[in-house]
Design a protein around this ligand. Structure first.
Ligand code: SF4
Length: 326
């Protein structure tokens, strides 16, 4: 665990998952703010809260089956998560279509849409620490592993506000999907693994909820390419950490975690005001902007909530029920 950096120490600095690596790919400086300093906007993002609440509802349906009663129970799971962030139901309409009323109708529609499908749910909520090379691991959690059409699939619940081509096409080369595939190949014989299915739900004001499932198949050679690429990105993060260890707040420029100006206009940058004036953010550590809090993303917390843990035994991952749940 590193303690040689000129920033407040936090135990998550050495912990990596697909989400942190994707943040680095988007913009290394954004990664620095989010995952080295842990600065996060105080306000809840409706998209993240809704996605997380929808995920809880899906988890209930995958564990208990598709029925009207289970849809009603799944809605209660949804609501419990949603109300943690938005306790006042008088403001729900301002967040439409990411609101409880739309979710309630969507769950009923979801059950009707998929009730006839034939599959066997083997595991839900599987957390793993997956090796990507000797002495290097990634943390991962997949939503469900199913036997379907004679093979094994991981299903991942995703929501969006647009059923756009870029949204549908992104999954085939997204690092997060490769991590799920790597988990499957690490736990099961390769000839049984089919791939990952995005269990997508699109929420729009005009149409309410629409559903689609997007299969992403990976071959063993795709996994070889993934392992080279993911290690490249982790090497980059570690190189920037080394540079950071040698940087002082008296330096005019912080020569690590460079800004990626191509990402500034992308939906979702949480630090739009910081990069135009700060050449060395280490000089500003005492000036966290108003509206931000320190809250480090820690993938290990999700592992504590998982139903199953995949542990390395020999050269395979073995999926076991968490001891507390047995
Ligand atoms: S404003 Fe641009 S350079 Fe700065 S963190 Fe966001 S994406 Fe990166």
């Amino acid at each position: 665990m590193r303690t040689d950096l000129p920033v407040p120490h936090h135990s998550t600095l050495d912990v990596l998952d697909a989400s942190k690596i994707q943040s680095f790919q988007d913009c290394p400086r954004g990664f620095f703010y989010a995952h080295v300093l842990g600065w996060k906007p105080e306000d809840h993002s409706v998209h993240l809260v809704f996605g997380s609440a929808w995920h809880d509802a899906m988890e209930h349906l995958y564990q208990n089956g598709l029925s009207s009663k289970n849809a009603a129970d799944a809605y209660q799971k949804f609501l419990a998560r949603y109300r943690e962030a938005f306790p006042n139901d008088m403001t729900d309409e301002t967040r439409a279509p990411k609101d409880p009323g739309t979710a309630l109708k969507a769950l009923a529609k979801y059950v009707t849409a998929y009730r006839g499908d034939e599959y066997e749910v083997l595991f839900t909520e599987v957390a793993a620490t997956v090796p990507i090379r000797e002495n290097r691991v990634l943390h991962a959690k997949c939503d469900a592993i199913l036997r379907e059409d004679g093979g094994l699939w991981s299903h991942e619940h995703k929501t969006s506000g647009r059923n756009s081509g870029p949204w549908r096409d992104q999954w085939n080369i997204k690092l997060q999907i490769d991590v799920y595939s790597h988990l499957l190949f690490s736990a099961f014989p390769g000839e049984h693994v089919e791939g990952v299915k995005i269990n997508g739900a699109i929420f729009t004001k005009s149409k309410g909820a629409e559903f689609l499932r997007i299969p992403v198949r990976k071959r063993p050679q795709d996994m070889q390419a993934f392992l080279w690429e993911v290690n490249h990105w982790v090497d980059q993060i570690e190189w920037n950490m080394e540079q950071l260890a040698q940087t002082k707040d008296s330096d005019p420029v912080m020569t690590c975690f460079p800004k990626n100006g191509e990402s500034c206009s992308k939906f979702g940058c949480k630090y739009p005001g910081l990069c135009t004036s700060w050449t060395n953010p280490l000089q500003q550590l005492h000036r966290m902007p108003p509206g931000y809090v320190v809250d480090h993303w820690d993938p290990r917390k999700r592992e504590k909530e998982a139903r199953y843990i995949a542990e390395q035994e020999g050269d395979k991952l073995v999926i076991k029920q968490r001891k507390e749940d047995v």
